[in-house]
Design a binder for this molecule. Structure first.
Ligand SMILES: C[S@@+](CC[C@H](N)C(=O)[O-])C[C@H]1O[C@@H](n2cnc3c(N)ncnc32)[C@H](O)[C@@H]1O
Length: 293
């Protein structure tokens, strides 16, 4: 099983960053090791094959997110991708078609799947290079996030939720080291129980539950992106933004950057107080929305 997992990692690395929208299926190839390994998986028990398909699906999703942080895949999209890998594994086992045919069909399915779930991708990549440049998604030190988000650690209302906390959860870990009850959500798989794997559009934030909610270059950055995009899911973002605000305790605050002027202007002033701060070296602001009552 370990060697199969290595093969899958190697295969994904082999096609890393290649542009699906160029109509050049020959760009995508299966390494010989992958072909050999997948042809021999029939000796595995069904549970191991299922686990391998799950692993491949998760790795592929991770790779898509690495290439473009604005891709989004809901449960249905993930299940559809899994079905594509079920077909692929079966094709290698039955060997009815040549490797070239299997590869070409798989590539077409992946392209259709990506186009169905993120239509903007075709627009930006159909005239791009063979290797696409990743859309950066960096993680920042806890101190930089504290400065940007205007957090006063000594006054922080608890518990704290970091929305899009990053793979390392730097801010959550730093706050916990200071004795503050803090949790993070992100779409990565975590082994730390304070960091929860969840899509921020699907997470149940609860009501009146959090003292402070933070999101540094996370939720609001994507909300802006969806607001500007023709096929953007701005309604779900708007709904989630309100869910986050209602998840605050009275007196609690949502600190985020960049700011969201197009929705902040509609906030009910009787319910929410908005403060904004310039950030040195950036052309956007930090917003802090306080739940008043
Ligand atoms: C630019 S990084 C910032 C990470 C962290 N806040 C920091 O400042 O270091 C944006 C984060 O948002 C996460 N993210 C993007 N879309 C998400 C989604 N739909 N649900 C949960 N997290 C998401 C990414 O995985 C990434 O970790």
């Amino acid at each position: 099983m370990d060697s199969l997992i290595k093969n899958i990692d190697h295969q994904i690395a082999f096609n890393q960053g290649k542009n699906l929208f160029l109509d050049k299926p020959e760009l995508f190839q299966f390494a010989h090791e992958t072909v050999n390994a997948l042809s021999q998986i029939d000796h595995l028990n069904p549970a191991s094959i299922e686990a391998l398909i799950d692993y491949t699906t998760d790795k592929a999703i991770e790779e898509f997110y690495r290439v473009n942080q604005y891709y989004s895949f809901d449960l249905k999209a993930k299940n559809n991708l899994r079905a594509i890998y079920v077909d692929l594994f079966q094709a290698f086992q039955t060997k009815t078609n040549s490797v070239e045919t299997i590869s070409k069909e798989h590539y077409e399915k992946l392209k259709d799947w990506l186009r169905d779930n993120n239509p903007f991708a075709e627009k930006i990549y159909q005239h791009a290079d063979e290797n696409v440049k990743p859309v950066a998604c960096s993680e920042y030190t806890a101190q930089l996030q504290i400065n940007i988000l205007r957090l006063d650690i000594s006054q922080l209302m608890q518990p704290v939720l970091d929305v899009g906390c990053g793979q390392n959860g730097h801010l959550v870990n730093h706050l916990r080291d200071q004795g503050i009850e803090a949790y993070g959500i992100d779409r990565f798989n975590f082994s730390n129980s304070n960091l929860i794997t969840a899509d921020w559009l699907e997470y149940n934030y609860g009501k009146g539950k959090w003292g402070t909610i933070v999101s540094n270059l996370g939720f609001s950055n994507h909300f802006n992106h969806h607001h500007l995009r023709e096929d953007g899911n701005y309604l779900a973002y708007g709904q989630t933004y309100m869910n986050i605000l209602h998840a605050l305790k009275t007196g609690g605050c949502f600190h985020y950057a960049p700011d969201l002027p197009f929705i902040e202007k509609y906030l009910d002033k009787a319910q929410f107080g908005l403060s904004q701060y310039e950030i040195n070296g950036y052309d956007f602001k930090t917003s802090v929305v306080k739940k008043l009552g």
